[in-house]
Design a protein around this ligand. Sequence first.
Ligand SMILES: Cc1cc2nc3c(=O)[nH]c(=O)nc-3n(C[C@H](O)[C@H](O)[C@H](O)COP(=O)(O)O)c2cc1C
Length: 199
Amino acid sequence: MSAVKLAIVYYSATGTLDAMARHAAEAGEKAGAEVRVRRVTRQASQGDRRATDSQAAQAEAETAPATPDDIVWADAVVFGSPTRYGNIAGQLKTFIDSLGPQWGQGLLADKVYAGFTASQTLHGGQESTLLALYNTIHHFGGIVVAPGYTDPTKFVDGNPYGASHVTGPDNDAELGEADIAALHHLATRVVTVAERLAG
Ligand SMILES: Cc1cc2nc3c(=O)[nH]c(=O)nc-3n(C[C@H](O)[C@H](O)[C@H](O)COP(=O)(O)O)c2cc1C
């Protein structure tokens, strides 16, 4: 059986989602998947300033930009977005909206999908962001593979909808052990379920 193709497609303005995507990719590879990590192109705005321009340039240089083909190619897709007003970032939504032609041909259906997010505050809308993302997956005809409480780590991070990190008042991108464990569990579970579907 050929390896599951996993696409990690995300947006990040200040580096948190960059770090989360790297952990999800590492776990996907460990689970035996062929992994593409793709970053939705940054669009400058007041809210999208990064700590420094060189940091932004480095993250962009290191990660290929997301294209519709990355979603079509994949058996499993993990989307990542900062929480913005309890919803996904407009940049990721614009990318998703560009997938109309692929959606129209049924090329987004029958794949496994899941999501991860970060917010500044603990009750700042991580769950609503992931649920908003999953609305779209239903329109794709995709299969949402939420983590639920399928692993002891989920009783620590406490988010059955996906994986998430709270940046706190300083917008700290450094992930804690529970965040990393949740990302690893999410990506591993997505790959395992995609394998079962293929098998
Ligand atoms: C326009 C905007 C809206 C935001 N809305 C929320 C929010 O609703 N709740 C929250 O806790 N944090 C909110 N934040 C903070 C971001 O979620 C946080 O900075 C982000 O997760 C960091 O991810 P990044 O470093 O990958 O860009 C918002 C930030 C911006 C710029």
